[in-house]
Design a binder for this molecule. Structure first.
Ligand code: MSP
Length: 668
């Protein structure tokens, strides 16, 4: 009987477009899912998007579109990124799906019917970024979780009796050491629960963009209760359909919820408490990974330090990024992403390592045995070195499996590459090209043995690492003449399965070496994407500020949510005079400006080149947002943003002044 394996990623917020950080979680899960499929388990791999809540409502307002249109677009972008990364999920849930809405309402009803929900009122500081009430001093005080400014919100809410689960949770953690991984996260969670749990507000009246509370549609369900339920609604919870119910029975509980370290509390405290209250089984394990850092801080939209998976895939292929992320990052810890390290790893491990082993072994079989697999034959043609490779291959199968299944992906890949290095050494020591020069029967048998041994080791490495580098492994497999790798039963992998006389496929390089231009090409793609986004955003000036979740306080687009004066005060707008204006090379829409704002001259890159000739701007008074974090556009640092009005389909019109004003004057 085959076992089932249900694995999930977090569902991604659609306020930001996908970057390598998001791709990381999904790639790791995809590799795990692929391995379990190859092991013959009935695998279900779920991913999706988290589309409700104040953060999304505001991002949509900032972009001047309805939340529905906004979320539709970004959900498509996530799917496209996952496709570019060769991710094969079984289902993609969106929290705006009807099936999800129905399931979440069913969950709410269940919790209410079982007496775990009551109504109360609350005034306090709310962190829009974390979608959480927090202990903070007052309006604008920083959120203790993420440091972003909080807002005061007063609401009459539904509460979940989380405090009643303190003991139950602690007992559960103690009895199930595998429930939270790694150990450090488990300890943190236990310490947090031990310090005491307060009841949790699970509805909001301050937002409309959410799932209405059953029988009380003034309230929408708290976005984290809504989001966490995706893991059960996607497989059929709450559906009247018998088939859905059977799927839920079959797959729930999940074997693994894979998450980033910043959302441990939601998954390891709230989610199990909700499930306990609803009398549903708990997931087997919640596994937290670290962050991917770029330029020394967490890759994230609000920091503006993102790299898109597509830029890497277009230049080096999806497998290069997949391999890099799983090999370079020690799972569970933070890991750094850089183009240099990526190209270095690619060349060392993939081009010179696995790729080279495949091409030299297979091309020698092509040359010396007319592309037909030779077979080790006769005692005379057998050495201790051959046995050592066979023994190491057996060990590699065992160790790779144990390490990979224990989430030690980097070590597992190191193990596999240990076999690649050993076979390389074996080939150098045995010099098959020299044996091929001799014509006697014994040499011929020896040559067959050496090439068979190399090819068999290559086959074993390829099968093992195929979940990590699926497209390349499929190519090597086909070149070995073995057909479709996804049909191969990994559980049966052992030494000695290559067949005598098996015809090789067409031998072609799998990982062409990356030259010096690879980094430039990836960087150029990033710059182009950034400046395209900047051009889109520079035109309607204010939304650029508003789109940042870090500044939930910024001004709304017409019809958007209202903000307080303290939020508006966070945007520093100043009068300046344009001193220098010039076109930016290779960017039709951008101008580089030097703007004197009284205390200093700022370089600002603005998307107004189609509307203004640079020479007409020199001496003009403009308004700029002066406290925006600097960002690079086409390699130029932009330190601020020029305000311009935007008309749908028209050109930007600079905001200017009815009377003369001194540089540096503040706009309020
Ligand atoms: N919507 C919530 C999750 C709800 S799950 C019921 C959320 N979304 S998120 O888009 O902000 O983040 C989702 C996941 O993306 C994180 O848990 C993390 O796995 C991943 N990452 C986002 N940026 C990342 C890095 N820079 N590095 C590694 N992972 C990152 O939280």
């Amino acid at each position: 009987m085959s076992t089932k394996f249900y694995l999930t990623t977090p569902i991604y917020y659609v306020n930001a477009r996908p970057h390598v950080g998001h791709a990381y979680t999904t790639i790791v899960c995809d590799a795990i899912a692929r391995r379990h499929r190859m092991l013959g388990e009935e695998t279900w791999f779920l991913t999706g998007t988290d589309e409700h809540g104040m953060k999304i409502e505001r991002s949509a307002a900032a972009a001047g579109v309805s939340p529905r249109k906004f979320t539709d677009e970004v959900a498509v972008a996530y799917k496209a990124t996952f496709e570019a990364m060769n991710v094969h999920y079984d289902d993609f849930i969106r929290t705006t799906d009807e099936r999800h809405k129905r399931g979440v309402q069913e969950m709410f009803r269940r919790l209410r019917d079982k007496g775990w929900i009551y109504k109360g009122s609350y005034t306090g500081q709310y962190c829009v970024f974390d979608e959480l009430y927090v202990d903070a001093a007052g309006p604008g005080a920083p959120c203790p979780e993420c440091g972003r400014p909080t807002e005061t919100i007063s609401e009459s809410n539904y509460y979940f009796k989380l405090s009643a689960f303190e003991e139950k949770l602690l007992r559960y953690y103690a009895e199930h050491p595998e429930f939270i991984r790694p150990e450090t996260r488990r300890n943190e969670v236990m310490a947090f629960v031990r310090s005491g749990l307060r009841d949790l507000s699970i509805s909001r009246t301050s937002i409309q963009w959410g799932i209405p509370v059953p029988d009380d549609p003034e309230h929408v369900i708290y976005v984290w209760l809504d989001a966490l339920c995706n893991y059960i609604t996607a497989i059929g919870f709450g559906s009247p359909d018998k088939k859905d119910q059977a799927r839920f029975e079959k797959y729930w509980p999940a074997e693994v919820h894979m998450i980033g370290k910043e959302i441990v509390r939601f998954h390891c405290v709230y989610w199990p408490a909700f499930l306990m209250a609803a009398e549903l089984p708990l997931p087997r394990s919640i596994v937290a990974h670290g962050w991917l850092l770029f330029e020394e801080s967490k890759m994230s939209k609000s920091r503006g330090n993102i790299v898109r998976a597509e830029s890497v895939a277009n230049v080096l292929g999806a497998d290069a990024l997949r391999y890099f992320l799983m090999r370079e990052v020690v799972f569970g810890q933070d890991g750094a992403f850089s183009f240099d390290a990526l190209v270095q790893r690619y060349n060392a491990d993939l081009a010179n390592g696995l790729g080279n082993l495949a091409s030299r072994t297979l091309s020698m079989i092509g040359r010396y045995f007319e592309g037909k697999m030779p077979y080790p034959s006769g005692r005379a043609a057998h050495t201790k070195g051959d046995d050592e490779i066979a023994a190491l291959a057996g060990e590699t199968i065992r160790n790779f499996g144990a390490q990979f299944d224990d989430f030690q992906f980097s070590r597992a890949l190191e193990t596999a590459w240990g076999l690649v290095a050993a076979v390389d050494k074996y080939i150098v020591e045995n010099q098959p090209w020299a044996i091929a020069e001799k014509d006697d029967e014994e040499s011929r048998a020896r040559l067959g043995t050496v090439l068979y041994t190399s090819a068999e080791a290559l086959r074993i490495v390829t099968a093992l690492v195929s979940p990590v580098v699926p497209a390349s492994a499929a190519k090597i497999w086909a070149q070995l003449g073995l057909g479709n790798i996804t049909k191969f039963k990994l559980a049966e992998l052992k030494w000695g399965q290559l067949e005598l006389g098996g015809k090789l496929g067409k031998v072609e390089p799998v990982f062409p070496r990356a030259d010096k231009t690879a980094i430039e090409r990836m960087q150029k793609m990033e710059d182009e994407t950034r400046s395209a986004t900047a051009e889109r955003k520079e035109t309607p000036a204010a939304p650029e500020v508003k789109a940042e979740p870090a500044a939930p306080a910024a001004a709304p687009a017409p019809g958007g949510a209202k903000i307080g004066i303290e939020d508006f005060a966070k945007i520093e707008m100043r009068v300046g005079t344009v001193k220098v204006a010039e076109r930016v090379k290779n960017a039709d829409k951008l101008l580089r400006l030097e703007v004197d704002i009284g205390t200093e001259v700022r370089q600002v890159v603005a998307g107004i080149a189609e509307a203004y000739a640079p020479e007409t701007l020199v001496g003009k008074k403009v308004a700029i947002v002066a406290n925006l974090a600097p960002r690079k556009l086409r390699g130029l640092e932009s330190n601020g943003m020029v305000l311009a009005a935007s008309v749908e389909g028209g050109k930007p019109v600079l905001a200017t002044f009815a009377e003369d004003v001194p540089d540096g004057a503040k706009l309020k």
